[in-house]
Design a protein around this ligand. Structure first.
Ligand code: IMP
Length: 501
């Protein structure tokens, strides 16, 4: 039997590039029998379409779940919140398919996100603007291993082996948090956290402190046990290797994106895992000897959620602060409805970059799939893309939302042309590299190049019909990334892609 191969798909920006759609297109070809995740957890949110007009937003489960002949595998490099999996993702899928162990497997070596991790993330993740799902604290626990005779890293398999010990560990994790919280200024966070479990009134800080939240711990342990009882936990680290040796092809699906990589991203405003393609063979439970190709996805309208530098952002710091505003209950103060009620066409012609950014976001529907947070908007940055794509070793590049560039047509800022960042300067000196230090990134000056306005291309399906401005864009991207652009997106639908020769 000829062994199979593993291809990798990764985002090259800050997430939300539309990777799910490219993955879906690849799966439709029938070339892949397995889809894996190798990093991150339920901080990701990808939209799947189970039936026309229906949308499902999943977090940890790989994008192949709607294909009945595909096995989805959550690798050891991921962090897993068993409660969210069962209460949220399984529930959403229930109406559409029967989840079986042939369809979903989770490595027993994956580290669990415990309720204490979620609480700690809510308390400590503010500066970075984390998703508050416990991702950072879970990866921290993995690296801490054990301290002062106490195990820190709770993998799913470890919890199954000794659930009592796991419960004790979580209690002590809570204790660490309470020791830190000497005053009561975090009371609000505590009560929001309790509300997650439907507990209100009596569940105050003191109760937490005295009891260490036994209900959450119990629900957590039971959820891990349920995953095992239903056959989803895979104990054999060689499972994927054996499948590939037996001829199966794998698509390894990266979560988040290059700009959020814990090493290469905009440190410290990153996620807690390596997100670039090389991480696939660390957290994906397969050796690099099976490697095939790497697909990279970038978006023509650059976006970012959460805090941190974003070179080329329309409105700069003003936009960052505006998008980050929250209401008392923690929900975003700025949302789709609020912005849609503004005179958007007027703002598209504004000479204020901040206002132009609002118009571009509204026109191109850049709001978070799960949280509804407004995504910060920037011009396309070829300098950064060069680093992201080349370090990721991209063989085939996909540019989504190229049709959205048509909204630049009436802008006053660049006389209708489309700006592209083609160089960085720091302290008056041109720099060849892309810094990953946040302060330097906030300070860099950009060098711009321009392509002509792009007309409406949403009806075009063949490369010969693309306008000259799009060809110029593709040529520039290929020059900077030293790789081939395989296709461009001209609309949100599955078939709205133009493949280039
Ligand atoms: P964390 O991954 O929850 O620790 O959040 C760290 C940063 O990564 C925050 O700015 C998040 O908004 C961002 N982030 C995490 N996951 C995603 C994603 O899937 N798409 C976009 N941004 C993400």
């Amino acid at each position: 039997m000829k062994p199979g191969k593993a291809d990798i798909i990764v985002g090259l920006d800050y997430g939300d590039e539309g990777k799910g759609r490219i993955t879906d297109g690849k799966l439709q070809s029938g070339d892949y029998q397995i889809v894996t995740r190798f990093n991150g957890g339920n901080n990701a949110g990808h939209t799947l379409v189970p039936a026309p007009g229906k949308k499902l937003i999943l977090n940890s489960i790989p994008s192949g779940i709607l294909y009945s002949d595909v096995t989805n595998y959550i690798g050891s490099g991921c962090v897993v919140d068993p409660v969210n999996l069962i209460e949220n993702e399984f529930r959403l899928l229930k109406d559409h398919l029967e989840l079986t162990p042939e369809r979903l497997k989770i490595s027993a070596l994956a580290t669990a996100i415990t309720p204490a991790h979620i609480l700690w993330d809510r308390i400590s993740g503010g500066m970075v603007g984390t998703t508050g799902k416990g991702i950072g604290p879970a990866y921290t626990a993995k690296a801490r291993r054990a301290e002062n005779g106490l195990v820190k890293n709770l993998r799913l398999g470890d919890i199954l082996a000794n659930p009592k010990l796991a419960a004790e560990v979580i209690k002590l994790n809570y204790q660490e948090i309470f020791d830190f919280l000497e005053d009561k200024k975090h009371l609000k966070i505590m009560s929001q956290f309790s509300a997650r479990y439907g507990i209100t009134n009596h569940y105050d800080f003191q109760y937490f402190k005295d009891t260490h939240a036994p209900r959450e711990i119990d629900q957590f342990i039971k959820s891990v046990q349920e995953l095992a009882q239903r056959g989803f936990i895979e104990k054999d680290p060689l499972w994927l290797t054996s499948e590939v040796e037996n001829g199966k092809n794998v698509l390894m699906e990266g979560a988040q994106a290059f700009g959020l990589d814990i090493t290469y991203g905009t440190t410290p405003y990153t996620t807690s895992s390596n997100t670039f393609s090389g991480a696939a063979y660390v957290g994906g439970d397969l050796a690099p000897s099976h490697h095939g190709k790497i697909f990279g996805v970038t978006k023509a309208i650059a976006s970012r959620v959460g805090s941190g530098p974003f070179v080329g952002e329309f409105g700069g710091k003003e936009s960052e602060e505006y998008c980050d505003q929250k209401l008392g209950d923690g929900s975003p103060a700025v949302n789709r409805e609020k912005e849609n009620s503004l005179p958007i066409n007027q703002l598209l012609e504004s000479s204020s970059p901040f206002e132009f950014g609002i118009a571009l976001r509204s026109k191109t529907e850049e709001y978070g799939a799960t949280t509804g947070r407004p995504r910060r908007i920037a011009m396309m940055d070829l300098h950064r893309l060069s680093t992201a794509s080349r370090l990721s070793g991209v063989d085939e590049l996909y540019i989504t939302k190229v049709d959205s560039l048509t909204h630049y047509t009436r802008n006053r800022l660049f006389e209708g042309k489309i700006p592209l960042i083609t160089g960085y300067e720091l302290n008056g000196q041109e720099i060849n590299h892309t810094p990953s230090n946040a302060q330097e990134l906030y300070e860099v000056q950009t060098k711009l190049s321009f392509i002509p306005a792009i007309p409406d291309i949403s009806q075009i399906r063949s490369a010969e019909n693309l306008p000259e401005a799009v060809i110029q864009l593709v040529d520039l991207v290929q020059k900077f990334t030293k790789t081939k652009v395989a296709a461009i997106g001209v609309g949100p639908g599955r078939e709205e892609m133009v493949y280039l020769k």
